[in-house]
Design a protein. Structure first.
Lengths: 333, 282
């Protein structure tokens, strides 16, 4: 039994959920402080969505227990529902209705009086830049608009805790930035956010702490800085003008960075882990001193793959089996 | 300061002080009552009719075709004259029209489940059966529209109800009550099937034989004994008998009671079953 801790918005211990023979969630513990963004990072099929669905009272755990804002997710599900809201992977809005109708509907269901629900819908449509599309059916919205409406629907009554399941998957960069900005504003207003994502940079941008989840288990937990320290700050990617010089470049990089560069399939390309921008610029300077000309270079964050490789020794699952396991999860759900 | 080069992208629109203001309201309304939650879900059903009127067209057009075809094509052969056959057929077509519409309760539930919107509803603090009860209530409006179309067409073709307008209204009401009981069977199917079209197909497949093997089109006395026996126990036949009775002013309490009883049974079994499946849905 978990003893309630008032500073924690979510306390979960030993959550398990199996769909047939697959243990989608296999003993997840989480402790999320109030008023923060907590990232749950993992590939498709890792168990992120299933975890969120148990915490949002949509799925009953097979084992383990969880308290959300002090209420047990099984025994006090209604108390939890009154305080949280969920923005799922599928936009949870009615496509046949207009944007305004969706928001009024949610407001009315939450017990807001008719006139107030209408006023609130207008306020939110304006705040989310949807006022011009307010009278159009949601099926005619773009992905970004739909996502914003979905988030707006989640804050018709400002929730104390918000579950965001892959809020930017499939969005263009501009819409993604808007969603991030909305999340920051929400948290500044005191809402706790549990954010599931496949993108390390998204978790890095928004979350105060991150749990990395793989095959239904938390395999690493900490601040983004701690997590990245364990996998390196990032990677320096360079592309040479002359592929003949690659061996030279490899030697130079390995000497400067004290790490073995990775030789790409592209005969002119190389990449190497770097500890930070300073080290990267040093390495670039060394290359130019050695007379190696670059076609281009970039400094990238470690990808989810690199994080996984270093944490688990295996890459994030293959896209094909990903889809299969996500589909299996979906069906079982 | 001002000469410093700036590489920051311009700030994104859409999120601004408006959002901060919108988020500053932390007031929590009291939980909605079961009744108001059901009515709100019913309102959602109305909005769907407004935005997707094609669905209504589907289910009203078929009975209209049946009414025209059977009256003018078979009426003379079956009943001696088209006018006489129309008097017999119209209450049956009324029943057929509304019952086919009730399949759509299952179809729209399945559509909701396959989209993400059910997650939203299930994560709201509302009375749990409300989304389902509200939808079935909302569908009653569809039934009323379908029934009205059939009755108006019948009147234009020369149908004359002996019990007048009151009898017609009572008959429509009884059909709607029965259809909402039947709708719970289709909502259960809607929770079990994989796609909306599968629900539609299986619903129609189940209804077609029951509609034809009833007393809608022919007098069962002309059927072979075993078939007559089946038609006699078909609940749709009971409904048609009661509806004919109400429209002719000859309905007995027993006939109406039988319809209400079968409605009660299907509701008592399938409404809780649908709610259970809906709540257990992962």
């Amino acid at each position: 039994m978990v003893t309630p801790d008032p500073t924690l918005a979510i306390e979960a211990s030993g959550l398990v959920k199996a769909f047939g023979p697959t243990r989608a969630v296999d003993g997840v513990d989480l402790a999320v402080s109030s008023g923060t963004v907590y990232g749950v990072l993992g590939p498709n099929g890792a168990g992120k969505t299933t975890t969120i669905r148990m915490l949002a009272t949509l799925l009953r755990p097979d084992a383990g227990s969880a308290r959300v804002l002090g209420h047990d997710v099984v025994d006090e599900a209604d108390a939890v529902r009154a305080l949280v809201s969920l923005t799922g992977q599928l936009a949870s809005v009615d496509e046949d209705l207009t944007g305004r109708e969706n928001l009024v509907l949610i407001g009315r269901l939450l017990g807001v009086r008719r006139a107030k629900a209408k006023a609130r819908a207008t306020e939110l449509l304006e705040a989310f830049g949807l006022i011009e599309a307010a009278g159009r059916q949601v099926k005619n919205y773009s992905g970004g608009m739909r996502r914003r409406l979905d988030i707006a629907a989640s804050i018709v009554v400002t929730p104390r805790l918000m579950f965001l399941d892959e809020p930017t998957t499939g969005l263009d960069p501009r819409s993604r930035n808007q969603v991030w900005e909305i999340v920051r504003t929400l948290v500044a207003g005191g809402t706790t956010v549990l954010l599931c994502t496949q993108y390390l940079d998204e978790a890095d941008q928004l979350a105060g702490r991150i749990a990395v989840i793989d095959r239904g288990r938390v395999i690493a937990e900490g601040t983004p800085a701690e997590l990245k320290a364990s996998v390196g700050q990032g990677a320096l990617h360079v592309r040479l003008l002359d592929p003949e010089q690659r061996a030279d470049a490899e030697r130079t990089l390995s000497r400067t960075l004290d790490a073995a560069p990775h030789v790409d399939a592209d005969p002119a390309a190389l990449s190497a882990p770097v500890a930070g921008a300073e080290q990267a610029s040093e390495a670039l300077a060394e290359l130019s001193r050695a007379g190696i000309a670059l076609a281009n270079f970039s400094l990238g964050q470690p990808s989810l793959d690199e994080v996984f490789l270093s944490l688990t020794g295996h890459p994030a699952e293959e896209p094909a089996s990903d889809l299969a396991s996500a589909a299996a999860e979906e069906q079982a759900a | 300061m001002s000469s410093a080069p700036t590489t920051r992208p311009p700030p994104e629109p859409a999120v601004d002080a408006g959002l901060r203001a919108a988020l500053s309201t932390t007031e929590r309304p009291p939980r909605s009552s079961p009744l108001s939650a059901c009515l709100t879900f019913g309102w959602r059903g109305m909005l769907k009719i407004k935005h997707v009127p094609e669905q209504l067209l589907d289910v009203t057009l078929t009975p209209v075709l049946f009414l025209l075809m059977f009256t003018y094509l078979f009426g003379g052969a079956l009943a001696g004259s088209t006018t006489e056959y129309l008097q017999f057929l119209l209450p049956g077509i009324l029943v057929q029209s509304v019952l086919f519409t009730s399949v759509y309760s299952g179809v729209s539930l399945n559509t909701d489940v396959t989209k993400g919107v059910v997650d939203r509803f299930r994560s709201l603090p509302v009375w749990k059966p409300a989304p389902l009860v509200g939808a079935v209530l909302g569908d009653c409006v569809r039934y009323a529209v379908g029934a009205t179309v059939v009755v108006l067409l019948g009147l234009a073709m020369g149908y004359r109800p002996e019990a007048g307008i009151a009898g017609v209204l009572a008959a429509i009401l009884l059909v709607i009550v029965f259809a909402s009981g039947l709708a719970w069977i289709f909502t259960t199917v809607g929770m079990l099937m994989r796609s909306p079209s599968a629900v539609l197909n299986s619903g129609f497949m189940a209804l077609f034989p029951l509609i034809f093997l009833s007393n809608i089109f022919v007098d069962p006395a002309t059927l072979p004994g075993w078939l007559e026996a089946f038609v006699g126990v078909n609940p749709i036949s009971h409904l048609v008998t009661a509806v004919r009775g109400l429209m002719a002013g000859t309905a007995t309490a027993g006939e109406i009671g039988l319809v209400l009883a079968s409605t009660a049974v299907s509701t008592a079994v399938f409404a809780p079953l649908t709610v259970r499946l809906y709540r257990a849905k992962g």
